[in-house]
Design a protein around this ligand. Structure first.
Ligand SMILES: [Mn+2]
Length: 255
């Protein structure tokens, strides 16, 4: 499971940023909050770096080029897998406003690079290196989405690391929405956190204005489809007892 689950110790600092969807300005803004030279200061992007809603202003390629370089260079820089990166690995189309985004990404690459290949192949290789989860010693569990109500015990959870990209549990951790009654409930969040031994779950994926507390889960919007861009900035040595402790560490970008 090693490289798909990142475990952070109880010292240092952590910034968590959710779905950017090709917003290069926001990506750079968040990078400026981070100190790359301090190996105990981590930054986590929780997936969906790519797929701007408008091909002309889509900064996905610029973000990916930078994120690929930083992933190689810095052990404190992390980008988790989102459903939009997953769609390229599995070759499944995603439609937004009737636009096919997986197909459209080829245009975005060719606008900025002149050619699609070998860039697309390299980006998909990078997507396959992306971890699914970050777990901190002080009790945070961070993923793109989820949890999956199919996880009943640790053994069941660990199956996600044995399977390929087509597994139903991984699917849930990339696609599930808190506001869909069939996906998961507050009780599912609590049960999952108990199984993995964490206190609070932090996800993106579902557009909310700023953030939303759903049981022991915080759903956060750092860039896309929110007026108040919200991120988490937390001391990893801080004791976490419940969702309120984490809520107090949220930061907001106004305007
Ligand atoms: Mn998503």
């Amino acid at each position: 499971m090693g490289d798909k689950l990142i475990e952070l110790p109880n010292h240092g600092r952590l910034i968590v940023v959710t779905d950017l969807h090709g917003n290069l300005d926001d990506y750079n803004h968040y990078l400026n909050l981070w100190d790359e030279s301090d190996p105990d200061f981590h930054i986590v992007f929780t997936g969906d770096l790519i797929h701007g809603m408008d091909e002309d202003t889509d900064g996905s390629v610029q973000i990916l080029d930078d994120a690929m370089a930083k992933s190689k260079e810095y052990s404190n820089f992390h980008t988790l897998l989102g459903n939009h990166e997953w769609a390229h690995i599995t070759n499944k189309e995603i439609y937004k406003n009737r636009q096919p985004l997986v197909l459209g990404f080829k245009n975005v690459i060719s606008f900025s690079k002149g050619f699609i290949e070998p860039h697309l192949t390299n980006y998909i290789k990078f997507f396959k290196t992306m971890p699914y989860f970050v777990k901190t010693e002080n009790g945070l569990f961070i993923s793109h989405s989820g949890p999956s109500d199919k996880v009943r015990n640790m053994e069941g959870f660990n199956k996600i690391f044995e399977g390929d990209y087509s597994g139903p549990i991984l699917y849930d951790f990339l696609w599930n929405r808190y506001n869909s009654v069939t996906d998961y409930t507050k009780a599912d969040v609590s049960r999952f956190l108990e199984i993995v031994g964490s206190k609070v779950m932090v996800v993106g994926h579902c557009p909310v204005e700023s953030y939303k507390v759903f049981g022991s889960q915080i759903i956060m919007s750092s860039s896309f489809a929110t007026k108040v861009k919200t991120y988490l900035d937390i001391d990893l040595s801080m004791e976490i007892n419940d969702v309120k402790d984490v809520q107090k560490q949220l930061k907001f970008i106004i305007g």
